[in-house]
Design a protein. Structure first.
Length: 242
């Protein structure tokens, strides 16, 4: 074991040398930004994923703590794995939670990672404000049907929703839709495709979600992880504020 792993292992024991994690724990993550930005939180809990998902074909990854493993699933499947016991806890975006429903999940913490926004965008030159003011019907393409439906209903705008799973920017350019509802980070993809962001629906970040049965059966181990994550998030927020 290298020096880093020794340090991490020491971090998962109490002052008496007893392990903080005493039950098998499965954490569901998706590849990409959420995985990368969760790693510092895991480190704060004394955990290190031992294999790089970009270089491995494995879907179950070990950690330096024998009782903890990471399962790699599609981002949209994280809430399902956690709710039905395929994982004890997971990290998922607020957008995914809203679309999933999330009623069967304990959602204790906004991890303040993978931040972006959910917005309405249209092609350049499209008079979105005028159409909305006139009460005309809009055709909107999106992956996020629940969010889009509730947003336009609250505004009193009549819409026809078209479900797409990718390449959302094509919809206004090909005439498939007047507008799209999608996640926006830098806005560079919109600009490259001659689209403009006309309305922000909500801010998005990733949440920690926990299986409710596991929270009772593995309370001590999960509480340790939750507390470690919460401290790491607080330190990050306070660091930015100072």
């Amino acid at each position: 074991m290298n020096t880093t792993n020794k340090t991490l292992s020491a971090g998962i024991r109490d002052s008496a040398g007893e392990p903080k994690i005493t039950s098998p724990i499965t954490l569901a993550l998706s590849k990409g930004r959420i995985f990368d930005e969760t790693l510092p939180l895991l480190k704060a809990a004394g955990l290190e994923v031992l294999e790089n998902p970009e270089h491995s074909r494995k879907l179950i990854l070990p950690t330096n703590q024998p009782l903890v493993r990471v399962v790699l699933v599609r981002a949209s499947d994280v809430p399902t794995y956690v709710e039905y016991g395929g994982a004890d806890l997971g990290v998922t975006g607020l957008d995914t939670l809203i679309e999933h429903g999330g009623s069967g999940l304990y959602q204790p913490l906004d991890l303040q990672i993978a931040k972006c926004r959910m917005s309405v965008a249209v092609r350049e030159g499209f008079d979105y404000a005028g159409v909305v003011k006139q009460g005309s019907r809009l055709k909107v393409a999106t992956k996020y049907m629940t969010i889009a439906r509730e947003f336009f209903a609250q505004k009193g705008v009549h819409v026809d929703l078209v479900k797409l799973y990718g390449s959302m920017e094509l919809a206004p350019l090909t005439g498939l839709a007047d507008a799209i509802v999608d996640l926006v980070s830098s806005g560079n993809t919109l600009k490259a495709n001659h689209l403009i962001e006309v309305e922000q629906i909500m801010l998005i970040s990733s949440r920690l979600v926990i299986n409710q049965a596991a929270l009772k059966l593995k309370q001590s181990s999960l509480k340790f992880l939750l507390d470690a994550f919460a401290r790491a998030v607080l330190e990050k927020v306070e660091g930015k504020a100072s």
